[in-house]
Design a protein around this ligand. Structure first.
Ligand SMILES: Nc1ncnc2c1ncn2[C@@H]1O[C@H](COP(=O)(O)OP(=O)(O)OP(=O)(O)O)[C@@H](O)[C@H]1O
Ligand SMILES: [Mg+2]
Length: 418
């Protein structure tokens, strides 16, 4: 995350003059914030956004011509900016709709000063990079020369936080050099789209059907784009559609996406089946998510023993994270150190249990990692930095060995998949 340098350039959009003035007055007290323009209609906002290229737009929802949601949808496709919706509408569904079309966050009307400052700074830090704006690249025309890194996130225990961490890893790891796609491979009960407050009309099933001919246009049409620029390949919408995505088609999809994205992050279900085994095999890193409970330790041991049977499985690519670790020592939860000893696997990171922050980020569709100053965003950010470092380290070793044959074909723990 880049530090705040210079001033945050803000455009205020509201059809009521008192609304615009009220916000401008509040912002004038902050030395790092600068109101660079005003708009009183949606159309004017669109024009001003393209001309002024503000860092942050404070957007009213109800306006006479184009409503704030439509204006946001158009603006975020054209300009790398963070839109914050401001509305008296407290309906969360309404706000989620705004987030689905590209808004970064929302505030009540009128916001308190502290709420306004914190949300503006937060939105500024998360402002999409120019190259990430949908319609410009957001994706796939010129993929990286080398295949992108595949990070598979798995937990042997339901509800341990695999999806939460997958969403956060993908959001935290993407940068201008590494366009990132998050794949929801929990075929029956995938909920990554819910975590990101996105719609998932098109999904992995559409790519599976076209698996033999995955050209740029097909991929672009199916991937969703989060307000931050992260791309999403959602899971099927109905559990009965899960089996239509075969392990073989999944491998082809991963192959195509890793040619075009710097990082491919994959969320999985806890089931050990052909899909998950192929994913474990293909992964450059397997982020294994545990929680400090006896059932989870038991399941982890079962899965690790199972994987140890496969000679071709590289145990070193397991990155073990202990999630939901209570901060209260008297909680009675198992000690992560003792778990590591029992399982004979080092724990690379521990993420504290933070019910309130996690619930809030789920409701907003904003990954907890955006708030790096507070737990658990701080620890999640440290985890992502470590993941990046390990993957880069691995790349350097590969280059030194001049291993050009990396992932020349997917062998698969199950042969070549089915
Ligand atoms: N560190 C944490 N502290 C508190 N709550 C957390 C933490 N991590 C995840 N959660 C919460 O736990 C719940 C389950 O998380 P999540 O859906 O990510 O788990 P999962 O392993 O993907 O579950 P599933 O087995 O359903 O796929 C969510 O409500 C999430 O907000
Ligand atoms: Mg999940």
């Amino acid at each position: 995350m880049e530090p705040i340098q210079g001033k945050i350039r803000i455009l205020i959009v509201d059809d009521v003059p008192e609304g615009r003035e009220g916000l401008a007055r509040l912002l004038s007290f902050e030395p790092d914030m600068d109101v660079i323009g005003f708009a009183s209609t949606g159309a004017e906002a669109l024009e001003q956004a393209q001309t002024l290229k503000p860092d942050v737009i404070l957007m009213d929802i109800n306006m006479p011509d184009m409503d704030g949601i439509t204006a946001t949808e158009k603006i975020t496709k054209l300009v790398p900016t963070s839109v914050i919706m401001i509305s008296v509408q407290s309906d969360r569904d309404y706000m989620r709709r705004a987030m689905q079309v590209g808004a970064m966050d929302f505030l009540p009307k009128p916001p308190s000063a502290d709420e306004l400052y914190a949300t503006v700074r937060n939105a500024y830090i998360r402002k999409p990079k120019p190259t990430m704006v949908a319609g410009k690249t957001g994706g796939t025309d010129e993929g990286p020369k080398d295949a992108g890194k595949i990070i598979v996130v798995y937990s042997p225990q339901g509800g341990a936080g695999a999806t939460t961490l997958a969403v956060n890893i993908a959001s935290g790891i993407m940068d201008e050099q590494h366009r990132t796609v998050l794949i929801d491979a929990n075929m029956q009960f995938g909920d990554v789209a819910v975590h990101l407050a996105m719609r998932n009309e098109r999904n992995i099933l559409d790519l599976a059907k076209a698996a033999d001919d995955l050209d740029l246009e097909v991929i672009e049409n199916v991937l969703g784009t989060h307000g931050t620029g992260l791309r999403l390949l959602a899971a099927p919408q109905k559990p009965q559609e899960a089996e239509l995505v075969t392990p073989n088609s999944l491998i082809k999809i991963l192959d195509a996406l890793s040619q075009r994205f710097g990082y491919v992050v994959v969320d999985t279900s806890l089931h050990l089946d052909d899909i998950s085994l192929n994913l474990f095999d293909i992964a450059d890193m397997l982020v294994f998510v545990g929680i400090p409970t006896l059932p989870c330790v038991r399941n982890t041991k079962v899965v690790l023993d199972y994987l140890a049977q496969f000679e071709e499985f590289d145990q070193d690519k397991i990155f073990f994270v202990m999630n939901r670790v209570p901060t209260d020592r008297k909680s009675g939860a198992l000690d992560p150190e003792a778990i590591a000893k029992t399982l004979k696997v080092p724990i690379q990171c521990t993420i504290p249990s933070s019910e309130k922050q996690m619930l809030d980020s789920l409701v907003r569709g904003v990954p907890a990692i955006v708030n790096t100053r507070q737990s658990p965003g701080r620890e999640i950010n440290q985890m992502v930095e470590l993941i990046k470092k390990q993957l880069v380290g691995e790349e350097e070793i590969e280059t030194a060995e001049q291993d050009t044959s990396r992932r020349s074909g997917f062998k698969g723990l199950l042969g070549s998949g089915r």
